[in-house]
Design a protein around this ligand. Sequence first.
Ligand SMILES: [Zn+2]
Length: 309
Amino acid sequence: MKKNLLILALVMGMIFSFSGCTNKNNEDNSQKLRVGVTISPLKDFAEAIGGDKVEVFSIIPDGSDAHSFDPKPKDLNNLINTNMFIYNGLGMEEWIDSVLNTIENKDVKVVEASQGIETIEILEDEHNEDEHEEDDDHEHSGKDPHVWLSLENAIKEAENIKNALSEIDSDNKDYYEENYGTLKKEFISLKSEYETKFKEIDNKDFITGHAAFAYLCRDFGLTQKSIADVFGEGELTPKNLEDLINYCKENNVKVVFSESAASAKESETLAKEVGAKVEKIYSLETKEDNKSYLEGMKYNLETIYNSLK
Ligand SMILES: [Zn+2]
């Protein structure tokens, strides 16, 4: 009898441990969605909307240049097992084809976050035209990719991410909608605060390191002038420097901004020439100073506002 019980116990134990395995598998399946992203704002949006349903990682290490990043085979392999991959598009990720080729035909939902945004054409300014005269098919010609630096566009990118999450995980659609609604409210409130502030000042022109802020300017009726072009290329030639010095003097520019993507040294050279000071501004392409997207945008708007008022 005791022996029978022992056998029964062993059999039950096996059944339990087997069902334990099954349960564990079920748990694995219902675990968080794995979401791979490129630039830092997309990580913030996906985390804010996905909440505890997602695990988001960026394939670009913090602090590296997002335009010219070169994904290694291990970065690419890491994306095969994700549920979703989100990138900005519009030529922001110059290296995107290697990623898209890797996850093609895999079960990965691909989201181009800038879809549906009204884009700004890149107007090459005079010095760049001279440089590129015989280079008609310059690889960057086309649209300005820095859409997230507009709060208006950030709402659209967040909406695209929300829709994609709801599509692959419809059980949690309401949860994603609610988180998106909260995020959207924060973006709208920050935008309207600075619409009022910028309306009250006459000075609307600022100088920055690389021309990343066209969409921010569009939101608030401002104008940017830059040392390097929209892709962080182009250098400060004596002719450019002279043009910028004249511009600063004519427009009474007191601050020259500098981002990590561009050369701070060149901003300093210009600032010194015109007696301005150099201040930091964030293109937010990678995470800097541990600032979230919203904190970075608040900082940018307040810093630009203070330099103009
Ligand atoms: Zn950039």
